[in-house]
Design a protein around this ligand. Structure first.
Ligand code: MG
Length: 203
């Protein structure tokens, strides 16, 4: 089994008049996050961590801000694309850990709900998702939301490829045995039906 690790970072400024969505969760707040898409800073950091883990570039590679198709887009689309990339590369998520840095709103009271939302979007158990929050003490960035994400992946299909390998060996063994004892035939050279070979006859 092989493992891969990825990290992601993102930041968005708070802006009045837009809904606040973090981790796919709609949050009651006076401001939302400015951005070309829905500004979901957490899903963007997770998307980059996933893409980075399989060396597939970053969110801007797939969804350039210059493309009008992604204006106001739900960041779930970005996340699902990253999930497809890791699956295509032959990996699945082991666990994911995140840190949110923002002065407000307070994340702790909604961290459980946010964890459920992210786990749901990723298709993993909530126990495999970490949501942590800090206030930006001394950073002078109270009007900004920042997210960091780390993801661990493991290869999938190792048992499937082992199965394929076993099947190939079985086929090769059959070919060797057939070469040694000859193909079992149920008709004679003259086309007459013959009785099947009985191994008991060898004793
Ligand atoms: Mg972003």
């Amino acid at each position: 089994m092989s493992m891969r690790i990825g990290t992601g970072f993102d930041s968005h400024a708070f802006k009045a008049g837009v809904p606040l969505v973090i981790g796919g969760l709609k949050i009651e707040h006076s401001e939302g996050l400015a951005g070309h898409s829905d500004g979901d800073v957490l899903l963007h950091a997770i998307t980059d961590a996933l893409l980075g883990a399989v060396s597939a570039g970053d969110i801007g590679t797939f969804f350039p801000p210059s493309d009008p198709r992604w204006k106001g887009a739900s960041s779930d689309i970005f996340l699902q694309t990253a999930l497809e990339e890791i699956a295509t590369a032959g990996y699945k998520i082991v666990n994911i850990d995140t840190v949110l840095v923002m002065m407000r709103p307070k994340i702790v009271p909604i961290a459980g709900e946010m964890r459920e939302s992210v786990a749901n979007l990723l298709g993993v158990k909530p126990g495999n998702v970490g949501i942590k929050a800090k206030t930006p003490e001394g950073l002078n960035q109270d009007g900004v939301a920042v997210a960091y994400a780390t993801v661990l992946l493991e290869s999938i299909g190792s048992s499937e490829s082992l199965g394929r390998m076993t099947a190939t060996v079985d086929e090769e063994m059959d070919a060797v045995v057939a070469g040694l004892v000859g193909k079992v035939r149920d008709t004679s050279a003259l086309g007459r039906k013959v009785t099947p070979f009985d191994t008991d006859d060898l004793t």
